[in-house]
Ligand binder design. Structure first.
Ligand SMILES: Cc1cc2nc3c(=O)[nH]c(=O)nc-3n(C[C@H](O)[C@H](O)[C@H](O)COP(=O)(O)OP(=O)(O)OC[C@H]3O[C@@H](n4cnc5c(N)ncnc54)[C@H](O)[C@@H]3O)c2cc1C
Length: 569
């Protein structure tokens, strides 16, 4: 009884803190500030809901661990939409679904605590968190797709005095660019030279062309000669891409995500310049007249309008997440999970059918051998391999040089194994080195055990096989010679530091490498070999002859090139 009384008192105190003292007479809804949490992508999302006179007057995300850049739009727009429409039936933001759901869930709990009829608030017409503008319009240039390539092009055009419209089909911009993990390909920058990592650009290009004769050496040269300028341009906007990793790679100063840094910086510039960026606006058809491209038809919240423009830039990204496009262009890979953005569905290739554009090398892709799928989310566990992890199959045996640099070949070896996944194994020494891996561990992705036998049991593989595998690998680490599979790089984990970790992994699709054929100024080229003067393709959707050799650099350098070509007309 005493216990019950204590509970009642405690509840009263909580309610007072929450502010239930001011309850309008004709409602069960109490004024106050209510704080609730729900699980997002990376952890709890804490939301404050403020209620006054039976109205929601403020919803705010006050604490979260969601990925900066990717989560920005839902964190701002969903709370605003709840307040504006007094509704919980807000559409989630594509590409940030888990964050959106967490905000809605936490807000619902808060509103429930305040006494709202949350079922009624969910039983309304769906509200788009991002608004549309549905009228035909004329501008100088329309850029389709607000990833790295589209944003760079739009920024440079706006700075050059153009009236530019940037359309993005998702409710947030950034595309696959925001997922770019680590390195910006650049050669012979000051950062590299100072670290003793200088390399002649011609030497690098010769090496690339020797590996793939279809490479376009001229476009490589243009890109690499302007790399330093592109890195400094990004850094002037706020990125800190200044850490040389190798003769051809630079990364962010603190090792944080390259893509998030780039998108954040470009976003700030888009905002500063007040670029007309239209989110939730999907390009559905190129408008042509007498064989001339005149603009693009777009859809926004079930309404269609046309943007007429002198120049049209397609920057719609690749098609790693587009089942239909994969079946059409690269069926061999259609069943693999995608680590790319939800918007990478190959829309650009549909658009250019209207002008009979040539599509080149469409079946060439870059696979990621380290994809872990959990609750429908595909995450790249490449850090586990980068820290020296080994791979074993469901028999508990290594099956190849698991640090093989060609990911497509490595992925094919993985696909030859029994079952639908293999495991990457690391020990505590590797876990200690990587914040990213620790984050995945916190999310429960790893199987963990104090002994190899126990690990084998939890993985469901034969313990004697796994023990023998580890013993053989320990010898390879000790001698530096992997007699079984000839792995010579990153033989760093000797599996002596418990606990031991395993994470299931399978190959996934990361980047598509073919695309719309373009000339050296990124004009779209038709099947008949004619370059269309006012139609451009840039970024992952374009086949610029680099085969995705430097994706984020291609976005910036070739995006600027497109803008220069347009401004010089
Ligand atoms: C997991 C991962 C890791 C990576 N790591 C690196 C790395 O370390 N270094 C590196 O350089 N690259 C890396 N990449 C590759 C790189 O991120 C991309 O290839 C590149 O940034 C693509 O840029 P983009 O602007 O062409 O396309 P995106 O950034 O994908 O932008 C295209 C935009 O167009 C929008 N869009 C599509 N269709 C339409 C339409 N019909 N109407 C309007 N909008 C539309 C999309 O929603 C998207 O926002 C990585 C990629 C992935 C997936």
């Amino acid at each position: 009884m005493k216990k019950l009384l204590r509970c009642v008192l405690a509840l009263c105190m909580i309610a007072t803190i929450a502010g239930c003292s001011n309850k309008p007479a004709d409602t069960n809804i109490s004024d106050g500030v209510y704080t609730e949490s729900a699980k997002g992508n990376n952890g709890d999302v804490k939301v404050e809901v403020e209620v006054k006179d039976a109205k929601v007057i403020r919803v705010e995300v006050v604490e979260h661990m969601e990925t900066a850049g990717i989560a920005d739009v839902p964190i701002q727009s969903i709370p605003e939409a709840i307040v504006e429409h007094q509704s919980l039936k807000i559409d989630t933001i594509a590409g940030a679904t888990n964050t959106s759901k967490a905000i809605l869930e936490a807000a619902e709990l808060g509103l429930m605590a305040a006494g709202f009829d949350v079922e009624a608030m969910k039983n309304k017409e769906v509200i788009e968190a991002v608004k549309s503008e549905a009228e035909d319009v004329i501008c100088d240039t329309v850029v389709i797709g607000a990833g790295g390539a589209g944003m760079t092009t739009a920024i440079e055009l706006k700075k050059g005095g153009q009236n530019v419209i940037l359309v993005e089909k998702q409710a947030m911009n950034g595309g696959a660019t925001s997922l770019a993990a680590t390195y910006f390909v650049a050669v012979n920058t000051e950062y590299q030279k100072q670290a003793g990592l200088g390399l002649s650009i011609d030497e690098y290009i010769a090496d690339q062309v020797s590996k793939n004769p279809d490479m376009n050496a001229d476009n490589w040269k243009t890109l690499l000669e302007r790399s330093e300028e592109s890195v400094e341009w990004l850094n002037s906007l706020g990125t800190k891409i200044n850490r040389p990793l190798s003769t051809y790679q630079v990364a962010t100063e603190d090792g944080s995500s390259l893509g998030v840094a780039i998108v954040k910086a470009l976003n700030a510039e888009i905002e500063r310049l007040d670029v007309d960026m239209r989110l939730s606006t999907k390009a559905v058809e190129l408008v042509t007249e007498n064989d001339q491209v005149k603009g693009v038809k777009v859809e926004s919240q079930n309404e269609t309008y046309t943007i007429y423009a002198d120049n049209i830039v397609i920057a719609t990204g690749g098609f790693a997440s587009g089942k239909e496009a994969l079946l059409e262009y690269a069926p061999e890979w259609a069943d693999l999970p995608s680590t790319s953005a939800a918007g990478s569905t190959g829309d650009g290739f549909e658009l250019v059918k209207a002008v009979d554009a040539n599509l080149a090398f469409m079946d060439v892709v870059r696979l990621n051998p380290s994809v872990h799928s959990e609750n429908g989310v595909n995450s790249s566990l490449s850090a586990a391999r980068a820290e020296g992890g080994i791979m074993v199959n469901l028999e508990g045996k290594r099956f190849c040089n698991d640090y093989y640099p060609d990911y497509t070949t490595l992925s094919k070896w993985m696909m030859e194994q029994e079952g639908d996944h293999v495991y990457i194994l690391i020990d505590q020494s590797a876990m200690d080195k990587s914040k990213r891996l620790q984050g995945f561990k916190d999310q429960g992705y790893f199987i963990e055990a104090d002994t190899i036998e126990e690990l084998a049991e939890k993985m469901g593989v034969p313990a004697d096989n796994l023990t023998a595998t580890i013993e053989k690998y320990q010898l390879a680490v000790k001698t530096g010679i992997d007699e079984e599979f000839g792995r010579s790089a990153n033989l760093t984990i000797d599996f002596t530091q418990a606990p031991y970790y395993a994470v299931s992994t399978k190959p996934g699709l990361q980047v598509t490498l073919g695309g719309i054929e373009v000339d050296s100024s990124m004009h779209v080229v038709t099947k008949a070999g004619h370059a269309i003067n006012n139609l451009y393709a840039v970024g992952e959707c374009a086949h610029d002859g680099l085969f995705g050799g430097a994706p984020t650099n291609e976005n910036v350098t070739f995006g600027k090139l497109v803008a220069e070509d347009i401004l010089n007309k």
